[in-house]
Design a protein around this ligand. Structure first.
Ligand code: CA
Length: 567
């Protein structure tokens, strides 16, 4: 029985400690259920495990080291709910459920915000409504959104391959790929309706990396669920990007083997390039490409025209601080040209040389800083782990991802991301990739899709996101501008960071587009003083809707966005 229909009006008032703004309910809506009463609201295939009223203040975020930057978040008074959807036993004998965290602010703005995940998920984070871009001190929950987050159907286990154990269960793969977001959205909307007595007026999905992929997936497979989404640095072809990651590891391990003695018979990956080598590289990128946009300012705005030649840095004799070895140059050239299949066709994407590649936000993905034969590069820990145990069919269970990467034969093995078998009936390119440009249904209802992507992103190539938007334009022509817009951010690494203007208000741009019809063409971004990679703190620049680029107007401070135009 649905509890909320039994709550007398007087009780409904008493239980609104974390309840709805009284008087805002439209005529004819159901009586709202208070926070504790939500546990008794019947929603198919789901069960609440927590309902609590939380006072306004600050909370310690789950899964973040206490005391670390960004480990706490401000919250308003809200009703906090957690629950499980589709509790089940997997083919591996383990217990699974789609876990979710839902936060319902007392002062609700009538909107629903789905906070996207990251990596291969597996942690139930707090649904405070993380915003797009870097250095945010507020969140969507503080702005009055009802916010949900999902662990995507599994929890990380201990050990190096613990985060990827779920890849052995086919339903867990599908839940992570697409089903958990749809199920969480369904249950969250039902709980919002029960709590406030009305459905959300607008629904948004905002995520970066895997969260960006999730956002795209919703527009393609669940076009009725959201009115607007932000897909930042989207992992929309992450199985193939992971093949690129092992290819990178093989190339950079060769450079490392030449630069430093092997340990335990393996190259020390962190020795592939020194910090000085990377700075040499980006100085040369600026030398060749900074002025293409008409202004030498440390930013390559006209990056599509940058035909960078790393060969310019090749040592003529022995390696010095002023040149790169032939092996280093070859590794860069081959990596940025993109991993290819046996026929020479690009498997994933090519990449662009940009001026932010020297930041540790880039190098920690490719090389890491481990001095041992066990690299800590994220390309090994995250990308290779995901490839071996989640994206490949059949999976390979291993704890030694470095050995897996070094032994991966792209020509023979890469077909595994497209493969199925009797156990895994959806390939990872079917269940995880969100590459369909058929968003007819989403476009028809006026849905909006906003992309952001750093040009110095080491994980997913900005060119691959351009490729998707170009695909939309092939299908929809000029109408594309009414539903999808891409903003590239020069020098920005993955989601944020790098010597970039990485702080911007993407959510307001999206909401104004959806609710007021104001399509964004220029978004002002700021370089954060607290970002250690930034040498021009406080600098502001316009981010421009692709294919427009920022151009200096010719007078006034080059630190002020007001003196730049999108052209
Ligand atoms: Ca420039």
């Amino acid at each position: 029985m649905r509890a909320h229909v039994l709550i007398p009006a007087t009780l409904a008032v008493l239980v609104t400690a974390c309840g709805s703004p009284e008087g805002s309910r439209p005529f004819g809506s159901a009586a709202p259920a208070g926070c504790a009463q939500l546990a008794t609201v019947a929603i198919a295939n789901s069960r609440l495990t927590l309902t609590e009223s939380v006072a306004a203040g600050t909370i310690q975020l789950t899964g973040v080291q206490p005391g670390a930057p960004g480990s706490q978040a401000p919250v308003p008074a809200h009703c906090h709910v957690q629950g499980n959807i589709n509790e089940r036993t997997g083919i591996d004998g383990k217990r699974y459920a789609i876990g979710f965290d839902l936060r319902l602010p007392a002062a609700w703005n009538g909107r629903f915000y789905f906070q996207g995940g990251g990596g291969t998920d597996g942690t139930l984070r707090d649904a405070v409504g993380v915003l797009t871009g870097g250095g945010n001190t507020s969140n969507a929950l503080m702005q009055g959104y009802a916010v949900v987050f999902t662990d995507t159907g599994h929890r990380d286990e201990p050990g190096p391959n613990g985060p990827y154990q779920f890849g052995l269960d086919p339903q867990a793969r599908i839940d992570n790929g697409w089903n958990s977001m749809a199920e969480t959205g369904r249950v969250a909307k039902a709980l919002i309706a029960a709590h406030y007595g009305r459905a959300p007026q607008r629904s948004y999905f905002v995520g970066c990396s895997n969260g960006g992929r999730q956002a795209m997936m919703m527009t393609q497979r669940y076009p009725d669920m959201f009115d607007g989404v932000i897909a930042s640095a989207p992992a929309y072809r992450v199985p193939l990007a992971s093949v690129q990651a092992v290819y990178d590891t093989q190339l950079y391990a060769r450079a490392a083997a030449e630069n430093a003695p092997a340990v335990d018979g393996r190259p020390v990956l962190s020795k592939a390039f020194s910090p000085g080598d990377m700075k040499l590289l980006t100085n040369e990128v600026l030398n060749q490409c900074d002025a293409l946009d008409g202004l030498k300012d440390g930013i390559v705005d006209n990056w599509p025209a940058c035909k960078f030649k790393p060969e310019a840095l090749k040592c003529s004799g022995a390696k010095t601080d002023q040149c790169l070895t032939g092996t280093q140059v070859d590794a860069l050239a081959q990596s940025f040209a993109g991993v290819k299949d046996a026929s020479g066709k690009l498997l994933y994407s090519d990449w662009t040389f940009d001026a932010g590649l020297h930041s540790t936000e880039w190098t920690r993905w490719k090389f890491g800083d481990s001095p041992t034969a066990t690299p800590n590069a994220r390309n090994i820990i995250l990308m290779t782990g995901g490839l071996a145990m989640f994206f490949m069919t059949p999976p390979t269970v291993t704890q030694d991802f470095y050995a897996y990467a070094l032994g991966y034969d792209v020509d023979r093995n890469a077909a595994g991301v497209f493969a199925t078998n009797a156990t895994f009936r959806e390939s990872s390119m079917r269940s995880v990739a969100a590459e369909s440009t058929d968003v007819d249904a989403y476009a028809k209802r006026g849905g909006k899709l906003l992309f952001f992507h750093g040009v110095s992103d080491p994980v997913f190539s900005v060119k691959d996101t351009v490729r998707y938007v170009d695909g939309l334009r092939q299908r929809y022509g000029a109408r594309t501008d009414d539903m999808a817009r891409l903003f590239t951010v020069p020098n920005m690494a993955h989601c944020a960071g790098g010597p970039a203007t990485d702080q911007y208000d993407g959510l307001s741009a999206l909401v104004n587009w959806v609710e007021k019809g104001e399509a964004p063409s220029r978004i002002v971004a700021r370089a954060r003083p607290e970002n250690r990679d930034v040498t021009t703190p406080g600098r502001t620049r316009p981010l421009c809707a692709w294919p427009m680029q920022s151009r200096y107007n010719g007078s006034g401070s080059i630190e002020d966005a007001a003196n730049f135009s999108c052209r």
